[in-house]
Design a protein around this ligand. Structure first.
Ligand code: CTP
Ligand code: MG
Length: 233
């Protein structure tokens, strides 16, 4: 049997400071139960097992008790306080790593439960060539550009990809990119922040199981659900 090659050292940030408004519920979705444990615990455990160090969990102001309960018993975590937008939360997580200044960092949504080690391997492998690497999936449906409820154009799906997290970066590059972005509008994701600062982003194969938990029905089952009134983010 061939042995898996050990991963190079990397730090990780799990952003878990959102309010989970679309999912609703008594607690923000990252602290809700998903397949037998709090949602945030899935990704934090996976990153810990993969060797992420330091491992920063960014939580909202006032979410300390919920986070400690959800992550009880997991050693070696550092908590940072998030901000109003995801981008603010990521920046705070990056600043929390400043003293350890790792070579590479993975930035991941607490809202994604299943994190295959193979994706981490592909991401870190790609960082040899580019300052950023992101997992993507192809678009299988045809694409319509919408103006309200009218179709106003089309886009070629061959040119489009669905973007997931974790996203991997050379730490010093993504830190300076986020610092430069600080006062601008909200970013779609961290790859966009790096690109805006002139950094190159490589693409690797993502995984369907990395799908983001967004709505209440996503929490109830891991099977595909039919949604009415779907939102966007
Ligand atoms: N997130 C964060 N800080 C924020 C907003 C979001 O750390 N100010 C995190 C969420 O906790 C989540 C990830 O970013 O793990 C992706 O965001 P999203 O799925 O949009 O979660 P929420 O913002 O919590 O949900 P909603 O948009 O429905 O309110
Ligand atoms: Mg959100």
């Amino acid at each position: 049997m061939t042995q898996a090659t050990p991963l190079p050292p990397f730090a990780a940030i799990v952003v878990a400071a959102g309010k989970g408004l679309r999912a609703g519920g008594d607690v923000p979705k990252q602290f809700a139960q998903y397949r037998g444990k709090p949602l945030v615990r899935h990704s934090v455990e996976a990153l810990g097992k993969a060797g992420a160090s330091p491992l920063i969990v960014v939580i909202g102001d006032g979410q300390e008790n919920a986070a400690r309960a959800a992550l009880q018993g997991i050693e070696g975590l550092t908590f940072a306080i998030g901000g109003l937008t995801r981008q603010d939360s990521v920046r705070n997580g990056l600043e929390a790593l400043a003293t350890s200044a790792p070579e590479q960092v993975l930035i991941h949504d607490a809202a994604r439960a299943d994190l295959p080690n193979a994706v981490i391997e592909r991401l870190l492998g790609k960082l040899v060539e580019t300052a950023g690497a992101i997992p993507v999936l192809p678009v299988v449906d045809s694409i319509a550009v919408a103006e309200g409820d009218a179709m106003s154009g089309k886009a070629d799906r061959e040119d489009l990809r669905r973007v997931q997290t974790p996203q991997a970066f050379i730490y010093k590059d993504i830190l300076s990119a986020h610092r430069a972005w600080k006062d601008a509008t909200d970013a779609g994701d961290d790859a966009q922040v790096l690109m805006a600062a002139g950094g190159q982003v490589g693409l690797v194969d993502g995984a369907e199981c990395l799908k983001k938990i967004t709505f209440a029905e996503d929490l109830m089952s891991d099977k595909p659900q039919i949604r009415v009134g779907q939102g966007f983010d």
